[in-house]
Design a protein around this ligand. Structure first.
Ligand code: GAL
Length: 418
């Protein structure tokens, strides 16, 4: 009898910890850096430490980037007890996690529900709890879980020619890892963000939040090319109602600073990710980041749009020819407006004219141009000249909307002044 109360109390603490775990992560879209887009299989312990150092030295950490995420190719074979080991590139995961934590940052890891990851390294099939426990023991804060070989290993094998059954198997696999992570983090008290990577199959946005997914990829892999970014953006329309605090649509990691993207394209890419409330996971070479790329990634006003506490994803308001206007409603009635020239050759002799009716605005509006940092006045029909693939991103703190005419109810009528 004497031990009942303490045991009960312990159970309550664990239940509370599990609740906190489920509730408190990713209240705004996760921000950080991931190794894949630039380093791919060249990632190693040294590179992760260098990335963490640079997150601090460049001001990325101060701007809000917190997660340093190891993507695929860290995995070694399983030991005699089935426990996952690391390969020679990562001699000591716990020491690495401690190092990243010592910088005030968090650390993420990667696996998948199949036998192999996309790059052909061991994944978590039939070892879900064991792997979740390893990640928790090493000190990880984030898991990206990538479908890959689960498709041939399980879905096609167990349910050949039955797509609906295959999708059920996939959902169950994510649910299994989510539960494993919850049980592991209830033990350690360290929450683990769950990032689903299955390329948007089976309308993932409909079921991922219920099983504890904090973010889910909505598309295939991003490439550092305008067309890839624009195609992905075009696929996001209509998904806005599924995102919110704790659970986000993920149009993939950032390519800002990668490939041959121009500065205008980098600005547009980052502006879209801000409006889309997308996770901001930089994917560039941090130790060799150019100042102009750093200026984009650390633009605090644009990040504030992305991290707006209301967590309401923005949408495409309208398009006119090759110009698209996107908006995002922000806390306190503020509004972000992004005007994007998505054409390859529209020139300034044919300026685009802003249409306030399409934005439910009356003019004029005072705001801040977030890429120049200057005050700007917007008015109905005003011409906006944008170079190809460039953007005008404006924050309006107090938008002027048409006045709603309120018709008084009958019983109010009597007391109205004549
Ligand atoms: C892909 C995934 C990429 C990266 C890669 C690693 O499936 O979409 O973001 O994680 O696997 O092999």
């Amino acid at each position: 009898m004497r031990f009942r109360a303490p045991l009960f109390a312990l159970a309550a603490i664990f239940a509370f910890a599990a609740h906190v775990t489920a509730q408190s992560v990713a209240q705004t879209p996760p921000m950080g850096w991931n190794s894949w887009n630039y380093f791919a299989e060249k990632v190693d312990d040294k590179g992760i430490r260098a990335a963490a150092d640079q997150m601090v030295a460049t001001g990325m950490k101060d701007a809000g980037y917190i997660y340093v995420n190891i993507d695929d190719t860290w995995e070694g074979p399983r030991d005699a007890n089935g426990k996952i080991t690391t390969n020679a590139k990562f001699p000591d995961m716990k020491a690495l996690a401690d190092y990243v934590h010592s910088k005030g940052l968090k650390i993420g890891i990667y696996s998948g529900p199949g036998t192999k990851t996309c790059a052909g390294y061991p994944a978590s099939l039939d070892h879900e709890q064991q792997d979740a426990d390893s990640y928790a023991d090493w000190g990880f804060d984030y898991l990206k879980y990538d479908l890959c070989s689960f498709i041939p290993d399980v879905m096609q094998k167990q349910a050949p020619n039955d797509q609906a059954a295959q999708m059920k198997l996939m959902v169950a696999a994510y649910d299994k890892m989510s539960k494993a992570l919850k049980s592991a983090s209830a033990r350690t008290g360290r929450p683990i963000v769950l990032s689903l990577c299955q390329y948007g199959w089976d309308a993932v946005w409909e079921w991922a939040p219920a099983l504890g997914g904090n973010l889910w990829r909505t598309t295939g892999d991003i490439q550092p090319r305008w067309q890839s970014i624009y195609d992905i953006v075009s696929e996001q329309a209509g998904l806005e109602s599924y995102a919110g605090p704790g659970h986000w649509n993920d149009p993939d990691m950032l390519e800002v600073g990668n490939g041959k993207l121009s500065l205008a394209e980098n600005r547009s890419h980052f502006s879209w990710w801000a409006i889309l409330a997308a996770p901001l996971l930089a994917g560039n070479d941090l130790p060799n980041m150019k100042p102009e790329v750093k200026a984009i990634l650390t633009n605090k006003d644009v990040i504030a749009i992305n991290q707006d506490p209301m967590g309401k994803q923005g949408k495409r308001a309208y398009s006119d020819g090759e110009v698209e206007v996107w908006t995002r409603e922000l806390q306190g009635g503020a509004l972000a407006i992004g005007v994007f020239n998505v054409g390859s050759d529209r020139v300034s002799t044919h300026p685009f004219h802003l249409n306030f009716a399409m934005l439910r605005l009356t003019g004029p509006q005072s705001g801040k141009d977030l890429w120049t940092g200057k005050e700007i006045k917007l008015s109905n029909g005003m011409p906006i000249e944008l170079a190809s693939h460039d953007v005008l991103l404006v924050r309006i703190d107090k938008p002027v909307m048409p006045q709603v005419i309120r018709i008084p109810a009958k019983h109010e009528g009597a007391s109205q002044p004549q």
